[in-house]
Design a protein around this ligand. Structure first.
Ligand SMILES: Nc1ncnc2c1ncn2[C@@H]1O[C@H](COP(=O)(O)OP(=O)(O)OP(=O)(O)O)[C@@H](O)[C@H]1O
Ligand SMILES: [Mg+2]
Length: 401
């Protein structure tokens, strides 16, 4: 690596050399312990480059949180693009996050805009967008590898029609060139026998790649690379890396491991220590939680954050597993006042509760009969209430300033 003197000066008194290598969006060149997965993808998709237009490949990548699904598929699609490009095949790879692009319309729009950047946001149906997408591909002799990331969120809210529509699109073109291939990514993608015909279903089930949780050794190797990239030489103690790998091996989550490492470094800076000692990692563990999906929370509209904060606060105060919808609404009034926001209607709040449930952030169930009549009970899926409360307060305060 080239020595960067400016960064060097700027980072004096910090244990970090290049903190950005610890950010969530960064995908490293090298992905230790995922060679087999990368190879499997390459074996299955090489036909798109060997014999373009002959077949459409559809693949599903499943696995628990932080097991490298997004990173591996991003790295893989980049290599596909490069290989195609070297052979003058116009293969486009588009990575759509279906949690953010929440409707079929938005997903197809995102894809179409790759080819028609100015395409207007409104005025067409999803079917029309898809049709136009195919036309552009045909006219310009291009191919598309469409990556539908976090598709499980999408399907839980909207059903699996999107898979059906995309599959039909390729099935209807038996004698024409196959232009579109798909990789679907999710923790678990519900494949519904009612909407997908049995042959599509069995193809998808055959083309399923499962990512397993990382063990301590894998996490250690992943962390080691990041230590070298992100920290100044010799500041992170060997034991610290071991401790982080140990802690993160319970969930087997690389994102959590990297976050712990980053936080340990932050703690060292705060203490003005020139070494990242194991205790900083242990302390980082107390401040964070693997299931706290920061990127999900950060992308919530302010009002949903306030609602969630209200639920967390109510849960913390009650010390129970569940609180009632009514209690949360009451707390919501108070929190709105605190943040100078106009409280929204019951119907709106109800919709947000559904939304947060489908994101897996909260857990809802109906109370048993007899217990204050039938009411909805709200709990948190995986995260301790006080931790969620702390995180949301920070997020909301940041936005205020
Ligand atoms: N094998 C690996 N080598 C290096 N870094 C990795 C590896 N696997 C994952 N990471 C890093 O760990 C973090 C989490 O990985 P990634 O986002 O791919 O997880 P995911 O399986 O998509 O999780 P989620 O289900 O939450 O979307 C990312 O910062 C990624 O760069
Ligand atoms: Mg992901």
């Amino acid at each position: 690596m080239v020595h960067d003197y400016v960064e060097d000066e700027l980072s004096k008194r910090s244990v970090f050399k290049s903190e950005q290598f610890l950010s969530i969006d960064y995908v490293p060149e090298n992905l230790p312990h995922r060679q087999n997965e990368l190879r499997t993808l390459a074996q299955n998709f090489k036909t798109l480059i060997d014999s373009p237009g002959q077949t459409s490949v559809k693949f599903i990548v499943e696995g628990p949180v932080g097991t490298g699904k997004t990173a591996v598929v991003k790295r893989f699609s980049e290599q596909m693009f490069q290989a195609a490009d070297r052979r003058n095949i116009r293969l486009h790879t588009i990575h759509v996050n279906c949690r953010v692009n929440k409707t079929e319309y938005l997903v197809f729009l995102r894809a179409l805009r790759e080819f028609k950047p100015e395409f207007p946001r409104r005025g067409h149906s999803p079917e029309e967008l898809l049709q136009m997408l195919v036309e552009v591909l045909d006219e310009e002799d291009r191919y598309l590898l469409l990556i539908l990331d976090e598709l499980d969120y999408f399907i839980r809210q909207r059903g699996a029609d999107i898979l059906y529509d995309l599959t039909r699109l390729t099935d209807d073109r038996l004698n024409a060139r196959q232009r579109v291939s798909i990789i679907s990514i999710g923790r678990r993608i519900p494949l519904d026998e009612d909407i997908l015909d049995s042959s599509t279903l069995s193809t998808l089930q055959r083309n399923l790649l499962r990512f397993n949780r990382y063990d301590r050794i894998a996490l250690y190797d992943i962390l080691r690379d990041r230590v070298d990239m992100a920290f100044r030489k010799d500041v992170v103690m060997e034991d610290t890396v071991q401790v982080v790998a140990d802690i993160a091996s319970a969930p087997g989550d690389a994102r959590y491991a990297i976050e712990l490492l980053w936080r340990a470094g932050k703690q060292a800076d705060r203490d003005m220590s020139s070494k990242v000692i194991p205790d900083y990692a242990r302390r980082a563990k107390a401040d964070t939680h693997p299931e706290l999906r920061k990127e999900v929370l950060a992308s919530l509209p302010a009002h949903q954050r306030i609602l969630l904060l209200s639920a967390a606060r109510q849960l913390r105060e009650n010390r129970g597993a569940y609180v009632t919808m009514g209690e949360v609404e009451e707390m919501y009034q108070t929190v709105c006042e605190e943040y100078d926001e106009e409280p929204r209607s019951h119907t709106q709040i109800w919709e947000w509760v559904q939304d947060l449930t489908s994101h897996g952030v909260i857990d809802t169930k109906k109370s048993g009969s007899g217990q204050r009549g039938q009411t909805t009970l709200i709990g948190l899926s995986d995260v301790p209430a006080d931790m969620l409360e702390g995180f949301l307060s920070d997020l909301l305060d940041d936005n205020d300033s």
